[in-house]
Design a protein. Structure first.
Length: 708
């Protein structure tokens, strides 16, 4: 389970709790959906109509930055949120895995929400930045001494001096600090700055947003002559980012300007430099499949693509940069992809361009979503962080041996119309639609809403993340009396595991079951429920059981029976989607993972599973986040999160013989994109659903697909 404030989040990947709208779309939406693949043909064409556009813990949580180590093997880093004020912490993890919070930000004058990591001087002082907080709420540069006392070295005004420093700092032998801010400056596109030991700032360069680059999210490195090198995430001649050099006089030279083609695009990570002056880094997009590249740029400004990610076992979307050992091997992480497309991973690239990516992060205990890169010790062990995963899904600090064995060193405990509808809708006989939003509402943790045929919305319930639940990824079902039933992925008596709830027509909520995540209970129900004639509810949990989720039944008294536990092998695993039921009592659904790919499955009344279809190729969509619906002829209909001609997901049909076809390819524009939710179907064969992205404001749409 991943908690996100302000609705800025990414599926299975954690978003910054306070990220700006501009940053969210440039960092994440652009980074994950630009696949170029062929369309699978279907027998019937469909046209789309957009029905509604949506408007807009004490030890720390969500460590976006990596770690540094001291000579004794202790690790130091930052967590973006959590802490005493939920504004982030600076922490230490010793060699026994014990964590100490060195400083807890308040979000006020002392700063708040650090995305960058820290550097350490010989006296044990740590230096870093926060994106927010400070007198102008535009971030600070801070120092935390060995006793945990913080000193604000500089407060950004958000004007010509810069603002919102996502990157950390580097430090020279004289005690000067150097870094970047992502925004502001005299042209609004960020600056490169230095800070002397007395706290005086000098803006070394202010980006214009033109050919010189724009929005440097990454920090800088420095050579022996004092020149600084880094990347800007956009701008340049192709508006896909640049690699730059700023000399000691403050003159910028663009060393390379990305085109977004085979050479890569959007370099969010910075660069490293070898003894010959060659620079190495990653671009999150571009390459032959638009899934990112590893590159080098020599002193003459010539770029060489060292590796192009395919999105298969080698991973995809390298958000973090690389490190390099004495033999010339490069190491880093990918935010997506991995073996079987089940998660992100850690990779090694040798000087000949051969990539090895044995480990990945497919489930919570070992961590998920490594935004940060890795560091390496003399024995070849790699260390890093994930923003999600762990018992509270608030991120972990991990160690990876040369043999690919992962050890979790520490798991973080975490600290009005609604927005971001992950779920689809249900419809009554009068044409009203009912659904949920993941975030927003008076309680900030999602709402249940009603949408009348004219497009007017009524909020029926606003979740608090208390006993009533919170973060409803799933939609609702409705009985003949007008009661609505659904699940929340969080909240309940055990605050992280979710509930099954009932909402009567007046908006009064009853919690029917609160998950405890025991060995046979299941937990984190991302999917909703279905109801049979006897009043029993059926659904799935993403986790629990033996670890890969379960299919469960809940009777009218709230007693739960686990019908099937997934293994994560050929039978699939980690189902985000729920189930449907036929007249004989068989259940049908999809799994998000599986050793051979995601699957569409059938579960008979005895609990025996049959795999009906395995998603093995992106050419016709992949990763079915939602489940399926069926018609009277035995056909199944569903959506995939990604794939199709534009990479923004598809609507598909599976006939009783197992023949698969694509009915609609989303473009990510006005028609929407990335459909987390499934579909409903009327008697005329029209399909209805929602997309998470796209639409007029980029915040999702409600759509209708009509057979032509």
């Amino acid at each position: 389970m991943t908690i996100a404030q302000d609705g800025c989040r990414f599926p299975v990947t954690q978003q910054p709790p306070r990220c700006k709208k501009r940053a969210c779309f440039s960092w994440l939406a652009c980074a994950i959906v630009a696949l170029t693949i062929a369309q699978a043909q279907a027998q019937t064409a469909y046209s789309e109509t957009v029905l509604h556009n949506f408007a807009s813990p004490p030890k720390g949580a969500f460590p976006y930055a990596g770690v540094i180590s001291d000579s004794a093997g202790n690790l130091y880093g930052t967590a973006n949120s959590g802490g005493a004020a939920n504004a982030g912490v600076v922490y230490k993890v010793d060699t026994a895995g014990r964590q100490t919070v060195l400083y807890s930000f308040t979000g006020g004058a002392d700063g708040g929400n650090p995305y960058g990591g820290v550097v350490r001087d010989a006296a044990g002082n740590l230096y870093g930045t926060t994106v927010y907080g400070g007198a102008a709420s535009s971030g600070v540069v801070f120092k935390v001494d060995s006793s945990g006392h913080e000193t604000v070295l500089y407060t950004f005004s958000g004007g010509d001096d810069g603002g919102y420093p996502y990157a950390g700092v580097i430090r020279d032998s004289a005690g000067n600090l150097y870094g970047t801010t992502s925004l502001r400056g005299n042209a609004q596109w960020g600056v490169v700055y230095s800070l002397d030991p007395t706290g005086n700032e000098t803006v070394l360069y202010s980006f214009t947003g033109e050919s010189d680059g724009a929005s440097p999210y990454a920090g800088v490195i420095r050579d022996s002559a004092g020149n600084l090198y880094g990347t800007a995430s956009s701008g340049g001649t192709g508006n896909m980012g640049v690699v730059y050099k700023v000399d000691t006089a403050g003159h910028e030279t663009v060393l390379y300007s990305f085109t977004g083609g085979a050479d890569g695009g959007y370099p969010y990570a910075g660069v490293i430099r070898d003894s010959s002056g060659n620079l190495y880094g990653t671009a999150q997009q571009g390459g032959t499949r638009n899934l990112g590249v590893i590159y080098s740029v020599n002193t003459a400004g010539q770029e060489t693509v060292l590796y192009t990610f395919t999105g298969a076992a080698d991973g995809a979307a390298p958000y973090a940069g690389v490190i390099r050992d004495s033999a010339g091997n490069l190491y880093g992480t990918t935010l997506q992809g991995g073996i079987g497309n089940v998660g992100a991973g850690v990779y090694k690239l040798d000087p000949a361009g051969h990539e090895t990516a044995p480990p990945n992060f497919p489930n919570a205990p070992g961590g998920t979503n490594p935004y940060a890169g890795v560091i390496r010790d003399s024995a070849g062990n790699l260390y890093g962080t994930t923003t999600g995963g762990g018992p509270a899904n608030a991120g972990v600090v991990y160690k990876l041996s040369p043999a690919g064995q992962e050890t979790v060193l520490y798991s973080f405990t975490g600290g009005a119309d609604g927005r971001n509808p992950y779920a689809g809708v249900t419809r009554d006989s009068a044409g009203n639609l009912y659904g949920t939003t993941l975030n927003g509402g008076t309680g900030k943790w999602g709402v249940v809403y009603e949408l009348d045929p004219a497009g007017h919305e009524t909020v029926l319930h606003s979740f608090t993340l208390g006993a009533d639940g919170g973060l409803p990824y799933a939609g609702v079902i409705r009985d003949s009396a007008g009661n609505l039933y659904g699940t929340t992925s969080a909240g309940g008596y055990e605050p992280f595991w979710g509930v099954v709830y009932k909402l009567d027509p007046t908006g009064n909520e009853t919690v029917l079951h609160s998950f405890g995540c025991g060995a046979f209970d299941g937990c984190v129900p991302y999917a909703g429920v279905i109801l049979d004639a006897a009043g029993n509810l059926y659904g799935t949990t993403h986790e629990g059981g033996t670890g890969r989720g379960v299919v469960y039944k809940l009777d009218m008294t709230g007693a739960e029976t686990v019908l099937y536990t997934f293994t994560g092998e050929a039978d699939g695993g980690s189902p985000y989607a729920g189930v449907i039921r036929d007249s004989a009592g068989n259940l049908y659904g999809t799994t998000y993972l599986g050793a051979n790919g995601s699957v569409v499955y059938k579960l008979d009344t005895a609990g025996n599973e049959t795999v009906l279809y395995t998603f093995t190729s992106a050419t016709s969509g992949f990763l079915p986040y939602a489940g399926v619906i069926g018609d009277s002829a035995g056909n199944f209909y569903g959506t995939t999160l990604y794939g199709g001609t534009g990479g923004w997901g598809v609507v598909y049909k599976l006939d009783p013989s197992g023949n698969y076809g694509v009915l609609y390819n989303f473009t990510g524009g006005a028609d929407g994109g990335t459909p987390y939710a499934g579909l409903i179907r009327d008697s005329a064969g029209n399909l209805y659903g929602t997309t998470y992205y796209g639409g007029k404001s980029g915040a999702g749409v409600v759509f209708k697909l009509k057979p032509q």
